[in-house]
Design a binder for this molecule. Structure first.
Ligand code: ADP
Ligand code: ASP
Ligand code: MG
Length: 439
């Protein structure tokens, strides 16, 4: 079994859907095709949901109408036959009627998740009408019947495996399955999602659950680049990454991958390939157990970071001080990214501001706190880079004019992270591109 995931741009126009069709029918391997929503749709649904939450129903209605018009034009171009057009338009009507009904219901978090799910439901159903018109045998597997998360928002491969295998058993003679990325059910049985960019996560969870031979992530760029191509001009694709390297890059901001999508593949040793729908022959990036080469591979940046320094004059010889600090973050389910310590102070970074106020309040008895928002973590990632003689020199020489407020070195052999102010991010990435990668 092979898993092929296509992102928003890859299904964002009828032309692209035709390319997807070619790619998924180019060999006979049984496959599960995971689709995202058409590009722009999830953002539009977020805006609709926000307008409803703010009580601006007129604005929400206007945005729903705009999005519906987009889908009407899309299906008109995608399907050619009269019966195909009828089917596709009926699907569009069904989902937009649902959105219009939601306008009349009072807003809740569960409703928000229902709204956000419409994108992947639409893209997969429309793609199946398109496949039917082309007489390509396939089955639509509803993700809401097998993809689930527990009360902590964590997907459980065990239960996904059982449900997915049961579903597949009903179609033993079939070879092509289509399913929705991103959407799932939560522990209450409600519609939920795997967070933004979550279709990558769906793909790797499905790959792990079925012990697939490969998990292909098809997107709009030929593999993971050494630096953020949206910010830096000269970037190059990295051909091989280990699971550890890729996990660090995804977690620390390389947008091409969902932050959590590597662990399922790593747990089941399933290679992940990052490929370009528009340039299918390009090598892209292969992510597997071994790194293939030593040295620095890529840099990523994660924004929206908050740093908190806790300073205690009594920390000297005070064992248990770190435990007390960590317990506060644990209580508020807020994970810490970076940590540095000195004899009298501890600095940590978090990316989730939800409980910041409560956390600071509970830290107060432990010492004075200093909070800094609008920070960015820059992570330089590569195989065993902390053993390299000159990497630190290169990094610090490149960034000599940029204030660095924290450094994390040696925690992982593959990652050196720095904390800087977000306003310096662009310059820092450019300087690293030149000074560390020689580009
Ligand atoms: P999809 O919709 O297919 O999931 P995404 O927009 O989520 O695609 O991810 C692909 C985009 O990630 C690229 O177009 C690129 O702009 C951005 N990106 C950020 N950092 C990197 C990187 N290091 N390498 C490649 N792409 C990156
Ligand atoms: N459609 C979702 C999003 O835009 C999931 C994804 O594309 O991976 O976040
Ligand atoms: Mg994505």
């Amino acid at each position: 079994m092979k898993i092929m995931k296509f992102g928003g741009t890859s299904v964002g126009s009828p032309l692209r859907m035709n390319q997807v069709l070619d790619l998924i029918t180019s060999d006979n391997t049984p496959k599960i095709v995971v689709l995202s929503a058409l590009s722009g749709t999830t953002n539009a649904l977020v805006n609709i949901s926000n307008a409803i939450a703010e009580g601006d129903r007129k604005e929400a209605q206007h945005k729903i109408q705009e999005l519906e018009a987009h889908y009407r034009r899309f299906v008109n171009e995608l399907v050619q036959t009269e019966s195909g057009k009828q089917k596709a338009n009926a699907i569009v009507s069904e989902h937009f009627e649902f959105l219009n009904i939601i306008l009349k219901i009072s807003f809740s978090e569960a409703l928000n998740k229902d709204i956000l799910a419409q994108g992947e439901l639409l893209s997969t159903k429309l793609f199946c009408v398109f496949l039917e018109e082309k007489a390509i045998d396939h089955v639509l597997l509803p993700a809401l019947e097998f993809m689930s998360i527990d009360a902590n928002g964590e997907p459980q491969i065990g239960s996904i495996k059982v449900k997915l295998s049961q579903l597949l058993q009903q179609y033993q003679a079939k070879k092509l399955f289509i399913t929705q990325g991103y959407i799932c059910r939560n522990s209450k049985g409600e519609v939920d999602n795997l967070k933004r960019g979550g279709s990558d996560y769906t793909a790797s969870l499905v790959a792990a659950a079925l012990n697939a031979e490969v998990c292909e992530i098809w997107t709009d760029i030929s593999g993971l680049h050494n630096n953020d191509p949206r910010i830096v001009e000269k970037t190059v694709a990295v051909e091989h990454l280990s699971f550890d390297e890729a996990a660090e890059l995804a977690y620390f901001g390389a947008k091409i991958l969902h932050p959590a999508c590597i662990w399922p593949a790593r747990s089941y040793n399933i290679p992940v390939k990052l490929l370009n729908t528009m340039e299918p022959k390009a090598a892209g990036t292969t992510i597997a157990q071994t790194a293939m080469s030593i040295g620095v591979k890529a840099v990523a940046a994660k924004d929206g970071i908050i740093s908190i320094r806790i300073k205690s004059s009594r920390m000297l010889l005070a064992y248990g001080f770190l435990r007390k600090i960590f317990e506060v973050f644990e209580k508020y389910k807020t994970s810490i990214d970076m940590i540095t310590t000195s004899e009298v102070a501890v600095s940590v970074t978090i990316d989730d501001p939800t409980y910041l106020h409560q956390i600071i309040k509970e830290l107060e008895p432990l010492g004075n706190t200093d909070t800094e928002t609008d920070q960015t973590i820059i992570s330089i990632v590569g195989n065993e880079i902390v053993k390299s003689n000159d990497i630190l020199k290169k990094i610090f020489n490149s960034l000599e004019n940029i204030p660095i407020s924290m450094v994390s070195y040696g925690g992982s052999p593959h990652n050196i992270s720095l904390l800087i102010s977000s306003k310096d991010k662009k310059t820092a990435l450019q300087l690293i591109n030149y000074g560390v990668f020689g580009l």
